[in-house]
Ligand binder design. Sequence first.
Ligand SMILES: Cc1ncc(COP(=O)(O)O)c(C=O)c1O
Length: 353
Amino acid sequence: MSPFRVDLRSDTVTTPSPAMRDAMAKAEVGDAWYGDDPTVNRLQERAAEVTGTEAALFVATGTMANQIGLALHARGAGHLVACEAGAHVATTEVASSAVLSGIAYRTGSSAERGWMTAELARRLLEPDDAFDVEVVDLLAVENTVGSHAGSVMPAEELRAVRKVAEEAGVPIHLDGARIFNAAAATGLDVREWTSQVDTMMFCLSKGLGAPIGSVLCGPAELIREARRIWILFGGGWRQAGVLAAAGLVALEEGPGRLAEDHARARRLAEAIAEISPGAVDPRTVETNMVFVDTEATGLSVATAIERLGVEGVGAVPVAGRLRMVTHRDVDDAGIAYAIDAWRRVAGMGLRGS
Ligand SMILES: Cc1ncc(COP(=O)(O)O)c(C=O)c1O
């Protein structure tokens, strides 16, 4: 059970819906290591279909999906993956990449809201004429961008990035942990992005609401090799159909519901902006994340989080701000409660207490 009445720490905190629990209880299972779990296979086929890719691999976490995806392209220790400086792979996963695949990063800051631009890609993929010792094996892009309040990388920008990468002969991996949020925010099909990359992953356990799991998608030949790396990394699980059953429900029911999360995040941001002018610009809330600059209330991020916690509202610090994320287990009443809690917490700040 969540320690908070309204848990806005992340969209990963959702618990399985009754439909998911029912599907899990009834799931037909086999041994996924041997490739004969029928529910896992159905999920993988469905994920490939939805993303317009040839094949898919169901894995435990988004980190594992990314790390297998990176390992597929990085040709050896000391080779580089290029990405935006705030990307999840180059921050939270930097040590995993180093230990598992010997990957180092070449990063640069985007002039846009954290997303990879053609201009940045060009800069990062520029050949090292002087020494020719740095080898960039892969360009990694992220959508939505977690370090920038879930901003959406426009599909046309990815097409431009693709051109730059193709000219440089470098493949692209998409960290699409929240790609369905990007689709919901723009009204576009996820294929607008997935068609422009070599491999991609998405998380079932975030906005889509499944308890556990992510999926790595790509060409059949690469996914065959991905299975080898998956086992190498200790990912080869067995009767995983129990989890894939929930994943299938998430994939069918999740995407259509995300617009509700986005509307609630926008409402929360608008209320906070009204209560604490300057703390958040609601126009920056494109999907399900609200990043709050607590200085506007005279409180540090840590103090504001602590006081919200006392009020029963869960939030976390990200990139020097206070982050709140909407998801399936937060309804309109929950948002109203969080707004009231913010009013009390911000009021304390102004009184200097
Ligand atoms: C953009 C992004 N990529 C990858 C991940 C990793 O997912 P997991 O926590 O399932 O390992 C996260 C997790 O928050 C994320 O935000």
